[in-house]
Design a protein around this ligand. Structure first.
Ligand SMILES: C[S@@+](CC[C@H](N)C(=O)[O-])C[C@H]1O[C@@H](n2cnc3c(N)ncnc32)[C@H](O)[C@@H]1O
Length: 262
C-alpha cells in the first residue's frame, strides 16, 4: 500500500514538474527581455549592430531578405508591402526590409530594442515606421487595430526563445489576425531531429539555454501553423550558419476566403 502511495506521489511530481519549470522559465524570459539594453551580452542576444558587429548584423538582414525573395517569387508575391516584425530586436531585419516596404511596424518586448531598431531603420531609409511594445502577459494587445492590415509578418530568431507551444500558438494567431487575406507570414523556428540533444529544454536558468528553449519537428510546426489558420506553402532549411544550427523557415499564407485549396 505504502509503495502504491509513493508511486502515486512520484507520478504526480513528474506530471507537475514541467509545468512548474515552464512557469518559472516564463517569468525569467519576461524579466530578461524587458530589461534595459546596457549589457553587452543582452545587446548581442537582441542582435544589435554593436552587439554582434557590422558583418553579422548585415548578414542577418541580407540572408533573410534573400530567403523571403525566394518564397515571394515562388508564390508570385510582388513586394513585401506593409510589414510587421514580431520580436524586431536591434533591427537587423528591419534595416533590410524597411527600405523595400511601404511601411514597417516593429514590435518588441523591450523599449530599448524598439529605440535601437528605429535608429537603424531611420539610418537606412525614410519608410514610415511605427513601434509597438509587446507585454508578454497580453501579447495580442500589441496588435490592436491591425486586423487584416499587413501584407507581411516577420518572426525571425524568436520562436526558439519563447516558452512552450502556447506562446508560439499565440504568435501565429497574431500573424493570422494582422495579415490581410493572401498575406505572408515569414517565420523561422529551430527544429529538432531524432537525436534527443537537439530538443528544446527548460530545466536550467533561462539565460543558459535561451536559444533552444522551444523547438519543434519540421512537421509539428507545419501542422501547428495550419491549426492557427495559416496555410504552410514552402520550407527552407539552414542546417548550420554562423549563429547556430537547425533553422527552418516557413512561408505561411493567410488563405483568401474563396481560395481554391492548394
Ligand atoms: C535574437 S533577437 C532577434 C531579433 C530580430 N528578429 C533578428 O532576427 O535579428 C530576439 C528578439 O525577440 C524578442 N522576444 C523574445 N521573446 C519574445 C516573445 N515571446 N514574443 C515576441 N518577441 C520576443 C526579444 O525581445 C528580442 O528582441
Amino acid at each position: 500500500m505504502a509503495l502504491r502511495g509513493e508511486r502515486f506521489v512520484a507520478a504526480a511530481v513528474r506530471a507537475v514538474r514541467p509545468r512548474w519549470h515552464d512557469a518559472r522559465t516564463r517569468e525569467q524570459a519576461a524579466r530578461y527581455w524587458s530589461a534595459t539594453g546596457s549589457d553587452v551580452s543582452w545587446q548581442s542576444n537582441s542582435h544589435w549592430r554593436d552587439g554582434i558587429g557590422d558583418q553579422a548584423f548585415e548578414e542577418i538582414g541580407r540572408d533573410h531578405w534573400l530567403i523571403y525573395q525566394r518564397f515571394a517569387r515562388a508564390l508570385r508575391i510582388q513586394a513585401p508591402g506593409r510589414v510587421i516584425e514580431w520580436g524586431a530586436g536591434g533591427g537587423a531585419n528591419a534595416a533590410a526590409f524597411a527600405p523595400r516596404a511601404q511601411g514597417f511596424i516593429a514590435a518588441d518586448i523591450s523599449l530599448d530594442n524598439l529605440a535601437e531598431c528605429a535608429r537603424q531603420v531611420k539610418s537606412a531609409c525614410s519608410t514610415p515606421l511605427e513601434t509597438r511594445r509587446i507585454d508578454l502577459s497580453n501579447p495580442t494587445a500589441a496588435a490592436d487595430g491591425l486586423q487584416d492590415a499587413c501584407d507581411t509578418f516577420l518572426c525571425l530568431y524568436v520562436i526558439e526563445l519563447t516558452v512552450g507551444v502556447e506562446a508560439v500558438r499565440s504568435i501565429l494567431g497574431i500573424a493570422q489576425r494582422v495579415l490581410r487575406p493572401g498575406g505572408m507570414a515569414f517565420v523561422q523556428m529551430k527544429y529538432h531531429t531524432g537525436e534527443s540533444y537537439t530538443r528544446g529544454w527548460r530545466g536550467l536558468a533561462y539565460t543558459r539555454n535561451l536559444a533552444s528553449t522551444t523547438t519543434f519537428t519540421i512537421e509539428e510546426f507545419w501542422r501547428l501553423a495550419d491549426e492557427c489558420g495559416l496555410s504552410p506553402q514552402l520550407i527552407y532549411l539552414v542546417p548550420h550558419n554562423r549563429l547556430d544550427s537547425r533553422y527552418a523557415y516557413y512561408a505561411l499564407i493567410k488563405p483568401e476566403a474563396d481560395a481554391e485549396p492548394w
